[in-house]
Unconditional design. Sequence first.
Length: 357
Amino acid sequence: MKAFLILEDGTVFTGSSIGSTREVISEIVFNTSMTGYLEVLTDPSYAGQAVVMTYPLIGNYGICHEDMESLNPWPDGYIVRELSRIPSNFRSGDTLQHFLKEHNIPGISGIDTRALTKILREKGTMNGMITTDEGYDLDDVILRTKQYSVTGVVKKTTCGEKYILPGSGKKVALLDLGAKRNIAGSLQERGCEVTVYPALTKAEEILSSCPDGIMLSNGPGDPKECVEIIEEIKKLYESNVPIFAICLGHQLMALAAGADTHKLKYGHRGGNHPVKDLETGRVYISSQNHGYVVDVETMDPSVAVPAFVNVNDGTNEGLKYTGKNIFTVQYHPEACPGPKDSGYLFDRFIKMMEVGK
C-alpha cells in the first residue's frame, strides 16, 4: 500500500506503508544510530515525535523483547529507507513490521531518508503527516501539520504509581520523567535499591523517605512546559541530598536554578556524539536524544558551571553545581543504544552518595 510523508513546508515523499495504516501528524526528527532501533522505539523521550532512521536498513535483526527500554513503544510514527522483513538473529522474537502493527504505529518505507534528513538539517525540525490517503488535500494537510505541537508528554510517559526495584546498597529515589529502563538498571547493577516515583510526586514525599541520592531521569517534550515539576525540583535542589540528572532532568534542574533553555535547530539524536569533559579534557562518545539545550550564558556561575560540552556544535552537555552535591548531563551515560564510555558517571554518583553520608 502506498503511503505519503507530507512535511509542513509542502515537501511530499511517497513510499510504502509499514505498520499501522492510521493517519498521524507529528514532529519529524532523525536518529543517526546504526543499531538499536528497538531501544529507539521504546525510548519515552520520543513521545510526540515520528522518527526517521538515517541508517538505510532497519529490522534486520528482528525484535528482541528483552532489549526494550520501556514496556511500550512511544514514537507516533516510524520512517525508514528499507525495512528488512526477514530478520536473522537467534534472539529475535518478532519482526519489526509486526511489532509496529501490534502497537498501532504507522510508518513509511522506501523513501529517500538521506534527502529527508538533509531537509531537516537545513530547515530545522518540522512537523509532518504520515498517511495512506491518496486523495489528500495538500493545503489542508499543511495547515493541520503547522498547528501541531508536542504537549503533555511527560505526564503521558511517567509511571502510574511508585514502585521499588530491590538492591542491598544505596537507596536512590528516581523521579520518572519518562525514564529509560536502563537508568534504573545501571543503578541496580551497582547494588542500589531504586524507588521510582511518578513525575508529579511532591518533593516532600521523596525527601521523607530519606534517600541516599536522587536521580532525575530523561523524558520527552519542552522542559519549560513542566512548571509543576520544576517547582518540586527547586525543593530538591535546596536539600543536601546528592542529585544526578540526565537529559530532561538536566534541563529541569537548570531551569529550577534560574537558567534558561531553548530548542535546537534539529536536535541531537544518535549513538555517536562526542562530548568533552572540561575538567580532564577527555572526549567521550555518547548516546543522545534531545531537542532542547540549556543556555549556559543564562546560568549564574556562582550556582553552576559547565562540566561537559558538545564537540560538534559547542552546546552544553553537563553542569556541575557550586557548593552542592549535584551534577547533571545532557547525554545518556546508560546508553542503549550507543556506547557505554560514560557509564563511569553512575560510579561518580555512587561515590557522591558515600561522601554525602
